[in-house]
Design a protein around this ligand. Structure first.
Ligand code: FMN
Length: 401
């Protein structure tokens, strides 16, 4: 099945020369261009219950001209939650809430995958079922603070705790949390799912050596450290078909206090293994993100990692992190990537592809409104059309009244 939506078809007609605007096949989907919206946690789910609601539907609908929206990291279980007010995909109400979002995006001609998330140790007992300890491969406390809701209902940073190491007997049940999330995402009307194995969360904690000191079949050599990710990728592929599933990895990023003794070997193994699954795509956080942001030369290791992913992964490769239109175009032209995901630029520019197409000025993102709050800094970034005086598209659905 190849799906071309009206706004996608229109977009494809407009800028034929740039590589960013060349169409690409992604699993069963025909994307009219290569500008993806990266997953962005915004901590604006309805409370109580971490339920997506019309405000979220409006935000995603505004961004439906992305070739693909990868919706924000979404916990597959309460155990998988690590921050206040992030949405889940484990309750009936959450599935119904996500249905508002997927319908809104589809009505606007967009395509939307859900990022399935378990944070592992990047949590706090106050977010866990019955105030229990967060779980992790090994009982190693991360440096830093968790973002929780305090007794007054406000966001607060509190120090991380030492997590409880998962028992080997629990591992199949952990995979089942992702399975339930994947099934629920199907019911909620998503077009696919992305397994979040990046940024120091649970699957990454198993992969990278600094957070995994296990001596069983989930620890030690990379074949063991990659086991949980591969089991999850296999299980969710059975639900969705592997061509509607993606995986996100980050390799040199130290976010959430994580690192690996030999990232080239670790991620080379995983990229190679994941090729066999024939996924919709592999999504990699740019190893040269920091350097590119600071307009510095990337380290030799970062450059080797970028090439390594291309060599080892035989399928659609997406990079995210630190790109502007020109660097994205250059990476596509040089064959380093097939798709580029934009985070902060999409956050602040709901019509990013149109702005790129016209080489228009971009809105700047406001960091103070990244997490929590309401429409301010969320659905009130203007499109070019609005800047020119046009009324915004109404964000209304009969079920919302
Ligand atoms: C506010 C904010 C929230 C984010 N939330 C997520 C998330 O939920 N899942 C994820 O994998 N990455 C998340 N990221 C990382 C982005 O997907 C992206 O990799 C990062 O912003 C770098 O890309 P950029 O330079 O285009 O912004 C987040 C980044 C920001 C700024």
């Amino acid at each position: 099945m190849s799906v071309t939506t009206p706004s996608h078809a229109q977009a494809a007609r407009q800028t034929p020369t740039d590589k960013l605007f060349e169409p690409i096949e992604l699993g069963p989907y025909h994307l009219p261009h290569r500008i993806v919206m990266a997953p962005l946690t915004r901590s604006r789910a309805r409370q109580p219950g971490n339920i997506p609601w019309p405000l979220n539907a409006c935000y995603y609908m505004q961004r439906a001209s992305a070739a693909l929206i990868i919706a924000e990291a979404t916990q597959v279980s309460q155990q998988g939650q690590g921050y206040a007010w992030t949405p889940g995909i484990h309750s009936r109400e959450q599935v119904e809430g996500w249905r508002l979002v997927t319908d809104a995006v589809h009505n606007a001609g967009g395509l939307i995958f859900l990022q399935l998330w378990h944070v592992g140790r990047i949590s706090h007992p106050s977010l866990q079922p019955d105030g229990m300890l967060p779980v992790a491969p090994s009982p190693i406390k991360p440096a830093g603070d968790a973002f929780i809701e305090n007794e007054m209902g406000e966001g607060e940073m509190v120090p991380f705790v030492t997590p409880r190491a998962l028992q080997v007997e629990e591992m199949p049940y952990l995979v089942q949390q992702y399975v339930r999330g994947a099934k629920n995402a199907l019911t909620a009307g998503f077009d696919g799912i992305e397994v979040h194995a990046a940024n120091g969360y649970l699957l990454d904690q198993f992969i990278q050596s600094s957070t995994n000191r296990r001596e069983d079949r989930y620890g030690g050599p990379i074949e063991n450290r990659a086991r949980l990710l591969l089991e999850v990728a296999e299980a969710v592929s059975q639900i969705w078909g592997s061509d509607r599933a993606g995986v996100r990895l980050s390799s040199l990023d130290t976010q959430n206090d994580i690192s690996d003794d030999d990232p080239e070997a670790t991620f080379g193994y995983i990229a190679d293994k994941l090729s066999d699954y024939e996924l919709a795509y592999l999504h990699v956080v740019n190893p040269a993100l920091k350097a590119m942001e600071q307009q510095n030369k990337p380290s030799p290791l970062a450059l080797r990692m970028i090439d390594m992913f291309r060599e080892k992964y035989r399928g659609n490769l997406m990079f995210a992190g630190g790109f502007d239109q020109d660097t994205a175009e250059a990476w596509l032209k040089q064959g380093k990537a097939d798709l580029i995901a934009f985070g902060r630029k999409f956050l602040a520019n709901p019509d990013l592809p149109e702005r790129f197409r016209r080489r228009a000025r971009l809105n700047a993102d406001d960091q103070s409104t990244y997490y929590g709050g309401g429409a301010n800094g969320y659905t009130d970034y203007l499109s070019l059309a609005q800047e020119q005086g046009k009324e915004p598209k109404p964000c209304v659905d009969d079920r919302w009244r």
